[in-house]
Design a protein around this ligand. Structure first.
Ligand code: SF4
Length: 378
């Protein structure tokens, strides 16, 4: 980037093509690319659903970038990601409109979970000694990450650092949840880092990474430094950057700074009113029931939260229900009332009153089990 390698460039609006063009031209982020370079674009396609707005990267952002790359004569462009548990990037490509886009522009699409992997030594101490990285992402000349600005049930928020989790194998991603998500994310950042980060802040989500209540934010930003970008995003979403554990660990590991006064931000325009958000009430305090979610995957947790919202609307939640989800789920001593094991790994570990033995269970399945239990004659 020609203006300042460490700066973050920010623009507001809703005209996606213009916003991406302005960001790329001002930063010069694509200037060093040669025509025969291989470029991999890694969006965030966590869910394969029709209602993807605020959950998956908007394909119009990717398309705007692809147009700019094509204008520069770059033809070897791949778009790749690996979706969350119970989802598939291949399906997400189709449902979000990436498949059609790929045909129009001659792009290659790759589900990273089906790629070949290279095991890399991790230089930073933590849960893993080696990490399996998709070769397509590892071996390209220029890697572009396009995350969204979203809440996350485990890490509070997710953006560029956590987006890179999608370039690993399914088993590796799942083990991040059981072995300590925050430190694992930072370990991954020491193994591979994108050449360019373009944050899709057109829509985000303030309650969950897979929520069905998107929020229009109307902003995009570009930069190279994930810790600084995520710190700025945390601030916009209403958090102190060091409240987000993986951002704090990344700073402690020397990967960047969370000090907003030291982060150089170049604004290309100003919105009529700058949007700032407040963090949502934590899921453990939103519902009457008790929830233990140690080691849960995003999809399992997202489906549980969606089911709890519906149960809450129907007045079917109470303090004597104990939902347990995740790879470390266990019944604490002294629990009374109804225990509910949500998901295959919880159901295997504990013998609960209600066993929901799917991986991951859908919100509908969770609902069905709990409603049947509440309505059975006592
Ligand atoms: S059942 Fe377990 S492994 Fe499967 S999605 Fe849920 S938490 Fe993850």
């Amino acid at each position: 980037m020609n203006h300042n390698e460490n700066a973050i460039t920010l623009t507001y609006g809703t005209q996606i093509l213009k916003m991406v063009q302005d960001l790329m031209e001002k930063t010069g982020a694509l200037d060093a690319l040669r025509r025969d370079d291989t470029v991999v674009i890694k969006p965030n396609l966590v869910a394969s659903r029709k209602d993807w707005v605020g959950v998956d990267t908007d394909p119009r952002v990717v398309e705007a970038l692809v147009k700019m790359l094509k204008d520069r004569g770059i033809s070897r462009i791949t778009v790749g990601d690996g979706a969350g548990m119970g989802n598939s990037a291949t399906k997400a490509f189709s449902l979000c409109g990436y498949t059609e886009m790929a045909k129009r522009y001659g792009l290659e699409l790759i589900d990273f979970e089906k790629d070949r992997f290279t095991k890399l030594e991790v230089p930073l101490a933590g849960p893993f000694r080696k990490l399996e990285i998709a070769r397509t992402a590892l071996e390209c000349d220029f890697l572009i990450s396009i995350p969204l600005m979203k809440a996350h049930f485990q890490t509070l928020m997710t953006c560029s650092l956590k987006n890179m989790k999608g370039i690993m194998s399914r088993s590796q991603k799942t083990s991040f949840h059981s072995r300590g998500l925050h430190k694992s994310i930072v370990q991954l950042a020491t193994v591979i880092s994108p050449d360019l980060i373009l944050v899709d802040g057109i829509h985000g989500n303030l309650t969950s990474e897979t929520g069905r209540d998107p929020v229009a934010i109307g902003m995009m930003m570009a930069g190279k430094r994930p810790v600084e970008i995520d710190s700025l995003v945390a601030d916009i979403l209403g958090y102190a950057p060091r409240d987000i554990k993986h951002i704090a660990y990344a700073e402690d590991a020397g990967l960047g700074t969370t000090n907003l006064e030291k982060i150089s931000v170049q604004r290309l325009n100003r919105p009529a009113k700058e949007k700032r958000f407040a963090p949502p009430t934590h899921y453990t305090k939103r519902f009457e029931c008790r929830i233990e979610a140690e080691g849960a995957c995003c999809t399992c947790m997202g489906n549980l939260i969606f089911a709890l919202e519906r149960l809450n609307e129907q007045g079917l939640l109470s303090q004597d229900q104990h939902f347990m989800v995740g790879q470390k789920a266990g019944i604490s001593s002294g629990i009374s009332g109804t225990t509910i094991a949500v998901g295959q790994c919880a159901a295997k570990r504990i013998h609960a009153d209600i066993q929901i033995n799917d991986c991951p269970p859908t919100a509908r399945t969770i609902l069905r089990h709990v409603v049947a239990d509440r309505r059975k004659p006592s």
